[in-house]
Design a protein around this ligand. Sequence first.
Ligand code: ADP
Ligand code: MG
Ligand code: MG
Length: 889
Amino acid sequence: PKFVYAFAEANKDMKDLLGGKGANLGEMTRLGLPVPPGFTITTEACLAYLATGREPDGLAEEVSEQLAKLEQAMGKRLGDTEDPLLVSVRSGAKHSMPGMMETVLNVGLNDESVHGLAVQAGDERFAYDSYRRLIQMFGKTVLGVDGEHFEDVLEAAKQAKGVTSDLDLDAKDLRELVQVYKDIVVEHAGQPFPQDPREQMELATRAVFDSWNTPRAVIYRRQERIPSNLGTAVNIVAMVFGNLGMDSGTGVAFTRDPASGAQGIYGDYLQNAQGEDVVAGIRNTVPLRELERIDKRSYNELLHIMQTLEEHYRDLCDIEFTIERGKLWMLQTRVGKRTAAAAFRIATQLVDQGLIDMTEAMSRVNGAQLAQLMFPRFDEKAERHKIAQGMNASPGAAVGKVVFDSYTAVKWSRSGEQVILVRRETNPDDLNGMIAAAGILTSRGGKTSHAAVVARGMGKTCVCGAETLDVDTKQRVLHAPHGIEVHEGDVISVDGGTGEVFLGEVPVVDSPIVRYFEGELDPADEEADDLVKAVDRIMRHADGVRRMAIRTNADTPEDAARARRFGAQGIGLCRTEHMFLGERRALVEQLILADTDQARERQLAELLPLQRADFIQLLREMDGLPVTIRLLDPPLHEFLPDITELSVRVAVAEARGEQREGDLRLLQAVHRLHEQNPMLGLRGVRLGVVIPGLFQMQARAILEAAAEHTKTGGVPRVEIMVPLVANVQEFETVKQDIIQVAREVRAAESVHLEFLIGTMIELPRAALTADQIAEAAEFFSFGTNDLTQTTWGFSRDDVEAAFFSAYLEKGIFGVSPFESLDREGVGELVRIAVGKGRSQRPGLKLGVCGEHGGDADSVHFFNAVGLDYVSCSPFRVPVARLEAGRATS
Ligand code: ADP
Ligand code: MG
Ligand code: MG
């Protein structure tokens, strides 16, 4: 294969082979932009090197060939003593991995060519500055010398001279520094700094290859779910110099604001500097606007290029550039990362500029971003004192007093305080404190650290890996940069959506996007935030193109009403067990204790009107829309008191010589109903089969509510759903009971009643025999939570704490199968059930309820297998609408 491509041979679609940087350098070259010439060594060469430990055959020859062309184009030879060509050796993988991999500048300098460079540039200081940078970068990234050794002597040199900026070091100082640097290399690398330019280039290339597998790169890829078998490309680029005086410099820029999406001039510039100085924060940069004053011609050219890039990539781009004595050079560009708000704004702005259409705009945003915009947030207009930036591990805005241990977190929160648990890292011992805290902040660990995983699982605000913070749990103090100290009990504010940490209390406001969905903000209003307008436009488009309907999981009229405002087109899951709690618990207890048919019927008769009233309200809120009501699912003992508490109560009473007849009978019932594996026990349809009258009572309540709603002029669209069916006969038994009830209600109420009877598919056996079940069932709703439990054999309530974090850390799962549907296993069962069900009953209505209905990736899968709707919690409804739209394009 061909291992080396000149920039002129490359283009932006070659990212797999040439990495993002190389592909885009090629693209800019083809656009005629000023890119220093160079070439790219492919990711295939990298993979071959990593597999065998040596460069593949032919690579050296191809590099020589390209280097010769480069030397010809530049009119200089690599490392020539009179007039040296210098190059940078730069990593560049397919996905950007900021700060993860390595770059070496000024390759080609040695003890002799440094003189040539000085003469050519007419600037000795510049030549030695470049040389000391090479030894420093090369020593660190290629020879593995700890960078601190170099930084320390640079610092010492400045101090000895009584200056603070490296610009105040002159040629002599830098020449001496070069000598010290070379000594450091000998001492710490056990070999001298290599003088042969070609050897420098080859060693640097190897180092870039090797950097693909450094531990931090491996961890980063795991966090970001970047495959580990891609390898990195290497870019060899002719050097241009930003450190040639005050008419030179280097900078970074965005074509628009990556935080807000606003168009304008965003970036930083640093005069008389090279490469990393801007990011490293060695000297203070100036805002890009200042460049207009410093070098108007370059500034205008830069703006022009930024516009070209935006129009070409039809998206926000970020760029790196250098100015050498008034001549602008482009060193990098890519489609830039952005915040959720900016993603929506930019997408619609680009539509207005005629660069993309609405379908493309919709594909440029996603449900996760929309969800992020729906969290309550810190008031951006409030005064905020940011003290740290970490990773946005789990969204939300939390304010509270700092505590440093789990015990204090629990104690303070019991006394009504809001606390933020601050730890270096968390471990399972911190669990109680994490539960008690309003938010969690750690100074170490990434998005798959214990803190992040657990916090996301609990829906708790979390910022992790805020590395500039020093957490001293012994002294109970948090040290932030600039000498800021935060003591236990001091208030901080933590933004899990952005990763920011603020000192003191930042006021929290409702998200404008939620207010928009609630109907409180009118996007047509001229005053409306352009973010609201952007979200509205994209949501409308998604609604227009999506095939699947979106329903909600709601048990109360309030939830139903909110979900409807959020765009739900019905209820996909109403859990009736929630209607058995609270004051009604006593009735349910009596039902369970009933030892005669009469006693049981009496209790059922008391529950009937209460259930009916619930359903009437729900049907009213969802008038005209389908409402799926699930018959009782959980095991009965869940409605009884805790066995230990009850035993103690009985024992205490006995000791006092009291007789508590009721408690005793209750205790007996608890024992009788006790199960080793309640999840696999007497629940769902099994209850309907075993307990006479229970499901009939529920069906009667539902159908009488429907009759009542019809009489008052409403349109009820009831769907009665039987849970946990494994076998068509058990479903059939319950179905006949319901049909009998329906006959009676029709006769008694003399109204026309239409309804469906269907089942949940949440057991593997149900999926595998879906054709048989579809003979009797009029609809299926996939209960993917239970289906995941029973397919994997995981108990959902136990596994997350027990071993999921280990599974996630070891990469056995990229993501928990309860969060995002396991397509290969659980998904295959869904696919089978869809096929078998529809083959038996072509019009079979198919939906899904459960957490996966609001998960983006799962929604795409459900769309692909042909479900009619997904159902999710009210707050996820907008996310599901958007993702269902995106799934169709
Ligand atoms: P990263 O991927 O970490 O951004 P780069 O390969 O882009 O690393 O290099 C970092 C910086 O080094 C660039 O932004 C640029 O300022 C500087 N640099 C790289 N190559 C050259 C070059 N050929 N001439 C001048 N500066 C360069
Ligand atoms: Mg870069
Ligand atoms: Mg279930």
